[in-house]
Design a protein around this ligand. Structure first.
Ligand code: PEP
Ligand code: MG
Length: 325
């Protein structure tokens, strides 16, 4: 199998009906980078910047952050990289950042909420990103956006930092793309407002599903109880894709859902043309794509989702589809 995946490495991920699918990887540390080229991925769809903070015993300095981001961009070369700003709090604890105990950390003081309250922390990181990408293209996205105003504040911070760094004579990115993660269900009802403010969105299906079904993603007793291959969740994803088309904003998905060939197949059937996954999933997912007729699946999936009297689960439908086509 590994051998076969290696053979696929230099082939574009294209379905039988000629739909080119962008396959990106999720990464977070320097050690992830050599695998990027080996896997035959199209770029990094999610760079989890918090990992550098989590493995350090003290807050990484601006220069250390800048060095890492520059190394990531160097390693990626011409391929695109999307950096996510610090996503700490919840299950991601920094030992040196004091946080009060919380009863519901997943719903608590985390990610963008924390970052907007500590603009020093956020501006240091944005400064490191802007400097690291001097003369190149930079894509930055913000995690756990819950309302539009948070995104306005985040955009404001980055544009202030951009101006200040320019004034200080630093070379700034030649192009800056800003994005939001969609991982809180409140965003589903402000998609057009959101999309007016960003260049791209990326769905964090792990958190979106956790909040969509009110099911703790880390609690093994219940995490597997509800299936993320389910019609209501897929309809939510479809609404995001449609809003992306309406607003000419690109939509990617970077949660675990993209890492399993069966669910990646379903995402492509739904209309996704760009997905980001763990590196080891690239081979299996590409192999699935080469066999797939995306247009045919799209029709079948749509009829399944629209059929009120459907029998069986979405997972059963997809499994049968994968076996018979
Ligand atoms: C997600 O929530 O799906 C996601 C990609 O982010 P993380 O898993 O880092 O929370
Ligand atoms: Mg998340």
């Amino acid at each position: 199998r590994q051998e076969r995946y290696r053979e696929l490495r230099d082939l574009p991920a294209e379905t039988r009906d000629s739909e080119r699918i962008k396959l990106l990887v999720n990464a977070g540390l320097l050690v992830d980078l050599p695998q990027l080229a080996d896997a035959g991925a199209d770029g990094i769809g999610l760079f989890r910047t918090e990992l550098q903070f989590m493995v350090a015993s003290a807050m990484p300095k601006t220069s250390e952050q800048e060095r890492l981001y520059a190394a990531v961009l160097d390693a990626a070369g011409e391929k695109p990289v999307t950096f996510r700003t610090l996503d700490v709090g919840g299950d991601k604890v920094l030992p040196y950042l004091h946080q009060s105990p919380e009863e519901n950390p997943a719903l608590g003081y985390r990610a963008l909420r924390l970052a907007l309250d500590k603009p020093g922390l956020m501006r240091t990181q944005l400064r490191a990103l802007l400097r690291a990408a001097g003369g190149r293209e930079l894509s930055v996205m913000f995690p756990m956006v819950t309302d539009i105003d948070e995104l306005r504040q985040a955009r404001d911070l980055i544009s202030r930092e951009f101006k200040q760094q320019t004034r200080f004579g630093h070379v700034m990115p030649r192009r800056l793309k800003l994005g939001a993660m969609i991982e809180v269900p409140s965003m589903l009802y402000q998609l057009d407002e959101l999309m007016a403010l960003v260049d791209f969105v990326s769905i964090g299906s792990n958190d979106l599903f956790q909040f969509f079904c009110a099911v703790d993603r880390g609690n093994t007793q219940i995490a597997g109880r509800f299936d993320d291959l389910s019609p209501p969740f897929f309809k939510a994803l479809r609404d995001i894709l449609r809003a992306g088309e309406r607003n000419a904003v690109s939509v990617t998905l970077c949660g675990e859902l993209a890492s399993r060939p069966l669910s990646a197949m379903a995402l492509i059937g739904l209309g996704f043309r760009s997905i980001s996954m763990t590196t080891s999933a690239i081979g299996p997912v590409k192999s699935m794509i080469l066999e797939l007729d995306a247009g045919h699946l799209a029709q079948e999936l749509d009829s399944f989702l629209e059929d009120r009297f459907r029998m069986g689960t979405l997972r059963e439908f997809l499994t049968t589809y994968a076996e018979t086509h």
